[in-house]
Every structure is written in C-alpha cells, then in structure tokens.
Design a protein around this ligand. Sequence first.
Ligand code: AMP
Length: 283
Amino acid sequence: MILFKKENSLQQWIDAQQRKGVKVGFVPTMGALHPGHISLIESSRKDNNITVSSIFINPTQFNDPKDFEKYPVTIEKDIWQLELAGCDILFLPKVDEIYPNGIAPTQYYDLGELETLLEGKFRPGHYQGVCQVVHRLLKIVQPDNLYLGQKDYQQCMVIFRLVELMGINDKIHINICPTLRETDGLAMSSRNMRLSEAERGKAVLIFQSLSYIKDNLVAGETDTIKNKAIAMLSDEGFRVDYIEIADAKTLETVSNWDGKKKLVALAAAFLNEVRLIDNLLLN
Ligand code: AMP
C-alpha cells in the first residue's frame, strides 16, 4: 500500500493510473477501522483495479466538540488492517491539506429535508460538514466507484444529493454496502470502542428495538410499536434522540402504513456520553 499525505502527489498518481484506463474505487473513513470498513475495501477490490481509502477525522462534521475530542484514533492498527485487506492507496491528510483556507464553510449545500429530519435535526450542521469534506475528497480522488455503508443510511442519501449538486452523478457510481454487525447484532462502529463493558452489554438493545419493530410491523398505525421500541431503550437508561419508522426513499415519517411502501426504522440514542445510531430495512 502506498501512503499519501499530500493532495498533489495523490492526484498525480491517480491521474497517471486513470490515463492507463484503470478503474478507481474509493472508501472514505474517519479511521478506528473495524470489519465494517474492511468490507467496503473488499467490495471495492472486487469492482476496481485500484482501491483508495482515506482516513480523516473531519472537524467540520462534529456538532459536539466533546465527540470530536474523544473520537478514537488507532492509526497504526488501521494501516495494518488496510495492508492486510489489500488496499492500494491510503490518503492520510492533515487538516490544512483538506482545508488550506481554514475550516469555515465556503459553500452552502441545499440538502432539503435531509437536513431537518432525524440526524439533520439532532446534529445541526453535521451534513454541511459531511458535504464539505466529501466534496473535497471526491475532487481529489475522482473515483469511478464510491463505497458507503448502509449503517449511515441518511448520510448515503446526503451523498447521493451531493454528487447531484456537484454535477457528477453520471460519472460516479455509489455503492451502498450492508451493515456489518457483532455476533449479538450490535452494528459495528468506531464509537463502540468508547463503551464500558456494562454499556457494551446494553448497546445491543438498539438493534433489538429495531428488530422488534421489524418483527411486529403490520399495516395501519405504527406509533404503538415505535413507542414500545423507544421504551425498550429508555427503560434501560438510554437517552433516545429518536426512533422513527420512515419511508425508505424519502425518510419521511410513516405513522399509518399502507402495507406496501418500503420502510426503514432508524434509531439514535446515547448511552451516557456515547451516541450510537443504527437502522433496519423493514420490508
Ligand atoms: P466512518 O469511519 O464511521 O466515517 O465510516 C466510514 C464508512 O464506513 C461509511 O461509509 C460508513 O457508513 C461505513 N461503515 C461504518 N460502520 C459500518 C458497518 N458496521 N458496516 C458497514 N459499513 C460501515
């Protein structure tokens, strides 16, 4: 694996490869890698000649400064995992390489309701920061294929919108990869490293509450099962930001289901200091 820290040298290298006609797959991450991230690398390796990954803890997407300070950093281990997975290129830029003119936003991304619903509502400014960094990274890497995890369902929708706004939706193919889970069902996440043993024991309840919705969903009103799922978490000491049953295409809340529309259940909840999210397609 070749490690690049500078935008220019990475771009030159990729340019030279693309002139030879190779296909480039890209897996952006914030590091603290786990098998979920590695599954994206594996998908990219299947479809492309070259797989580029990036590790950059993007300061502009953290609405909570404590979350940014405490974000886990395991760079040596990450490099080793990427090597083992057969990743070709790692882009590891410093903040001033991504934001040479400072981190203040220079552009507003019109994300419509995605910015006021669910994560958008509970993490103001978060998706503007996500767009700011992904816009930069896509301009540098110019991949043919981009790999994202369904774990961040709403973020996937935001990035579909971003590539439209950038006018590159016909040049780049976005691949959404399934959520990898621990054996008990907990969605793998870098933030799981911050859980105490007792919290880790409880964390699986998020998956169980979403599974409860999936198992009990019937046409008609959905609030009763949603409220039961919320109670499953709050009774065990979680601070629930939301559990919602939503249209899988638009993320609009569905409180009366026609029995046909594709639905997704999404959850975000704090266990003490650590905020976890998860989602499940319901039908
Ligand atoms: P992050 O490092 O958390 O920004 O995640 C980088 C990429 O990995 C994003 O596209 C995530 O959706 C994806 N990802 C995170 N966790 C998982 C998981 N458990 N399974 C599959 N993909 C994941």
